[in-house]
Design a protein around this ligand. Structure first.
Ligand code: BES
Ligand code: MN
Ligand code: ZN
Length: 492
């Protein structure tokens, strides 16, 4: 993990490998953002001219490196574009882009415009997340290591905000690592054990149901999806309690360690990123780990519904009927609609914790990508107020999310000829909403519930940008922590 420090401008050691400053785009010319003055003075006021000469414009994500020719202890100044604003997300992305461009250096000081606690937290988390790279399977010395020491320079007394940013970044990093791990090395058993280990270390209560306990306990969704794999399924429950808590929140995550589609096999180009299909469960784990450290006044339980969806002689068949925990039956018409089956068991089970709110997170539908693209999560709920507040929590946490409806009329398409409900609809359209309507059937009566579809946002296939690397993104961790804090504050 990166060594992170906060220093005041006067006491900051600028004897580092690189100094990061902000630049903005003003009337199509590049201008220095506040914080850069000390650096500019040491360079005899030549920084803007140098940047202009190098073609810098200040647009978001642009990184321009300027040598200091011995005028500063640091050999290079890195000017990162903020666009036309200093809002928290602009700071986070700029810090991320700067740190990513500095992989291989050992120490970096970041002098971005961060006057408030929130702005310092944004710079710190952007820097930590932009500094991420997944090197576990790289051999040789050809791969640049992340920066070891990052100093955020600010006037603000923002130690608590820094700590919160660090805790969140640590959890996002955990989730990215888990998502990036090849599915051969993160099968359900390993994922559950890892979750148990992380949970115990964080001081959470841990309960793990293995395949026998799942079958005996009547968890037909998780057992059914998992039965086609030689790697048997798991259900993990993590618990955080606060002695003065007035409310309980339950988080439920989809944990398909690999989604081949099962006998309803996916085509090859849809399958190669399906190691990310456990991103929801990983986000629940990451959130619980962060919550244990931040200690909000609320009780939180997390369920990780874990299975590997494989085709085989023991796999579920399209038209099999399974019984979800609690007794409802489902006709499995398409084995690739497996996420909703494992989530159904966990949603019903979560009711036993008598939660005031349930939020599930899942890489649930390709239709989410069609509707909202790769970067914006879809939020559905059985309560308008909950939906708005979960979207608001996501936005405040720096994660893009958008409200989506659960139209009643879509339920009809899920009618089964033989069971209580089918797992796919006869209707072609609105697949993200159909999945939400299916899940809603398993939400315990009278419990407020939101569903976040992170199919696109959980995994980034494109070129890195801002603080987002290729691969696992850690989507929804920050949102879930914000939700828990909002419930603790009586705001949700
Ligand atoms: N894990 C997939 C959804 C997915 C697709 C996540 C792309 C991330 C990227 C899910 O299990 C799935 O296969 N859903 C099907 C449902 C369909 C059969 C009703 C889908 O969306 O095609
Ligand atoms: Mn699937
Ligand atoms: Zn899936």
């Amino acid at each position: 993990m990166t060594n992170l420090r906060l220093a005041r401008p006067e006491s900051a050691s600028l004897d580092v490998d690189a100094l990061v400053v902000g630049v903005v785009n003003d009337d199509s010319a590049v201008r220095l953002a506040p914080g850069a003055e000390v650096v500019d003075q040491a360079l005899d006021g030549s920084l803007v001219a140098a940047l202009t000469g190098l073609g810098a414009t200040g647009k978001p994500g642009e990184v321009t490196k300027v040598p200091t020719f011995g005028k500063l202890a640091a050999p290079v100044v890195v000017a990162v574009g903020l666009g036309d604003s200093y809002d928290d997300e602009a700071l986070r992305r700029a810090a991320g882009a700067a740190l990513r461009s500095l992989a291989g250096s050992s120490s970096v000081a970041v002098l971005l415009p961060a006057a408030t606690d929130e702005a310092v937290a944004a710079v710190a988390s952007g820097a930590l997340l932009g500094n991420y790279s997944y090197l576990n399977y790289r051999t040789g010395n050809g791969h640049k290591q992340p920066v070891a020491e990052v100093t955020v320079v600010s006037e603000a007394d923002a130690d608590d905000a820094m700590r919160r940013a660090e805790v969140l970044a640590e959890s996002v990093t955990l989730v990215r690592d888990l998502v990036n791990t090849p599915p051969s090395d993160l099968n359900p058993e390993i994922f559950a054990e890892t979750a148990g280990r992380v949970g115990e270390k964080a001081g959470l209560s841990v309960e793990i149901l293995d395949e026998n306990a799942l079958v005996d306990g009547g968890y037909g969704g998780i057992a059914g999806v998992g039965q086609g794999s030689v790697n048997p399924p798991r259900l993990v429950r993590l618990g955080y309690r606060h002695p003065e808590a007035a409310k309980t929140v339950a988080f439920v995550g989809k944990g398909i360690t690999f989604d081949s589609g099962g006998l309803s096999l996916k085509p090859a180009d849809s399958m190669d990123w399906m190691k990310s299909d456990m991103g929801g469960a990983a986000a629940v784990l990451g959130a619980l780990k962060a919550i244990a450290k931040l200690a909000p006044t609320v009780n939180v339980v997390g369920y990780l519904a874990i299975a590997e969806n494989m085709p085989s002689g023991t796999a579920q068949r399209p038209s099999d009927v399974i019984t979800i925990y609690g007794g409802k039956t489902v006709e499995v018409l398409n084995t690739d609609a497996e996420g909703r089956l494992v989530l159904a068991d966990a949603l019903v089970r979560a009711g036993e914790d008598e939660p005031d709110l349930i939020v599930d997170v899942a890489t649930l539908t390709g239709a989410q990508l069609v509707a909202l693209g790769t970067r914006i999560s879809g939020v559905m709920a059985n309560d308008d107020d909950v939906r708005e507040k979960v979207v608001s929590a996501a936005t405040r946490a720096g994660e893009a999310a958008w409200p989506m409806p659960l139209p009643d009329d879509l339920r009809k398409g899920l009618d089964s000829a033989v069971a209580d409900i089918a797992n796919i609809s006869g209707d072609r359209w609105g697949g993200m909403l159909v999945a939400g309507v299916f899940l809603q059937e398993f939400v315990p009566d009278g419990v407020r519930w939101a569903h976040i579809d992170i199919a696109g946002p959980a995994f980034h296939k494109g070129e890195p940008y801002g603080y987002t690397a290729k691969g696992g993104t850690g989507a929804a961790v920050r949102t879930l922590v914000q939700v828990a804090e909002d419930v603790a504050a009586g705001a949700l």
